[in-house]
Design a protein around this ligand. Structure first.
Ligand SMILES: [Zn+2]
Length: 281
């Protein structure tokens, strides 16, 4: 019941095949699913006298079948910053998959190399969400309006080119925010409750303990899937089942706000750590 179902349509020249996808989100203080369309075109070289065949494969993910807000119980959004990569990101996805949990990932545009495309597609196919953590992971509160827009536009394009949709949420690098950023970035700003898991000095047990202590209905948890951060992967093996045992459903940011009946795009100068917060921070 809790699993988001997505239909994957694979349209091939001369016929349509259908298969299904499945379900499936940095820093110290710290989204959802929509129609995703991805199109890749490959040209098959003609063989002998056969006519040239052009195969177009379109993956169309239907809009996530969100439940009615009243059907959700307690919800938490796990979020991961500083990917993508082919190692830790995949390890995080493995744990999410094992527990049928979804999460939101905030990608650094400059990390989106071609060898990360598969992990990004896997992320989306699991019902997880891909969002923006800027292009260069710099202090954007020191940037001009044009520089800010360039960071956002470039990252949105890099993401869309791979998964077919643009990011819907933004996590400011270092959670450094000012009004110039708010005035020039259209996406809701997301902070969250972190456990300093970017520091290798923080043990697995400390990560688990602090995360569980900060768990609350509507909360956004801020973690990192930066390459090599396996302590967080290990922590997730305890965090996820513990939260589920407490009755939390682990959802994307889109689902989190939907479940709470909150439209984050309407908020101004707000940085969310909980969908239900009544203050700007
Ligand atoms: Zn970061």
């Amino acid at each position: 019941m809790t699993r988001i179902k997505r239909a994957v349509l694979i349209a091939l020249t001369g016929g349509i095949l259908m298969s299904t996808g499945c379900s499936g989100a940095d820093s110290s203080s710290v989204a959802d699913s929509k129609a995703d369309t991805e199109t890749t075109t490959t040209t098959t070289a003609p063989e002998s006298s056969e006519p040239e065949v052009t195969t177009t494969t379109s993956f169309t993910f239907t809009e996530a079948q969100l439940k009615e807000p009243s059907e959700y119980g307690k919800v938490i959004a796990l979020t991961f910053d500083d990917g993508p990569n082919t190692t830790t990101t995949n390890a995080v996805l493995d744990v999410l998959e094992k527990y049928d949990a979804r999460a939101s990932f905030f990608l650094i545009g400059n990390n989106i190399s071609e060898d990360c495309h598969d992990v990004m597609k896997r992320t989306v196919s699991m019902g997880c969400e891909i969002n923006s953590h800027s292009l260069t992971h710099s202090y954007m509160n020191a940037m001009s309006a044009d520089e800010i827009k360039a960071e956002m536009d470039a990252t949105a394009k890099l993401i869309k080119d791979v998964i077919g949709v643009e990011p819907k949420f933004f996590r400011p690098p270092y959670i450094a925010v000012n009004n110039t950023m708010h005035d020039n970035i259209d996406l809701p700003f997301i902070n969250g409750y972190g456990c300093n898991d970017w520091s290798s000095a923080v043990t697995v047990e400390q990560r688990v303990e602090k995360t569980l202590k900060q768990a609350k209905d509507g909360a956004i948890i801020l973690l990192h899937d930066a390459a090599g951060n396996y302590q967080t992967v290990q922590a997730l093996e305890q965090i996820i089942p513990a939260l589920q045992a407490e009755g939390y459903e682990l959802v994307t940011l889109t689902e989190l706000f939907h479940a709470k009946g909150v439209d984050p795009t309407k908020a101004e100068y707000t940085v969310y750590s909980n969908a239900l917060q009544t203050t700007n921070w």
